[in-house]
Design a protein around this ligand. Sequence first.
Ligand code: XMP
Ligand code: MG
Length: 195
Amino acid sequence: MAIKTQRANRNNAPIPSGTERVKVLLTHAKIQKRIREMAKLIRKDFPNEPLLLVGVLKGAVLFLADLARQITGEVTFDFIAVSSYGKDSRSSGQVKLNKDLDSSIEGKTVIVVEDILDTGLTLRYLLRILQQRKPKNLRVAVLLDKVERRLTDVTADYVGFAIPNEFVVGYGLDYAERYRNLPDVRILSLPGGNH
Ligand code: XMP
Ligand code: MG
């Protein structure tokens, strides 16, 4: 599929229109099947515990919605929003908290639900601030894991799919806020190379 459109660079400044190409990497059916498996694994680890899913806005929204529906027993959710900042936001590891949780997590079994684990810097920050709040258990579920991009030793407890080092969109993941609504995960290539 090719979409002819006005696109934006990292700073959201409009740049001349080009042809962005997307190629399906993970179909909706494949994603749903894996989410059912992940939900079972999570419940198996905590058979009798109420679980608090903490979704990382905005990318994890679709994943959390589907995962929550597949986990049996008591499940609640809350959301947190972070962004990278600093000169080289990709590798500086400076992360800013844009929206905090609504409620305390003290004494709770918390599963952080994230769309993609890339360098790991965002997750490292999140785990540090959440751990300080004394949850009973703190675990991480990610849909996608770009293993070769990792800059820290952070790992997820539940991983949907290990994927190659390609920029992906869809199923919550965006390029300049677009593509989040795609039902599947696709590799995005931009005209004239990639980002
Ligand atoms: P780090 O590097 O901190 O980053 O693990 C995780 C965040 O980076 C974003 N990210 C992506 N977003 N397609 C996207 O749409 C990608 O291929 C991609 N790789 C990283 C994402 O926001 C994630 O939470
Ligand atoms: Mg994200």
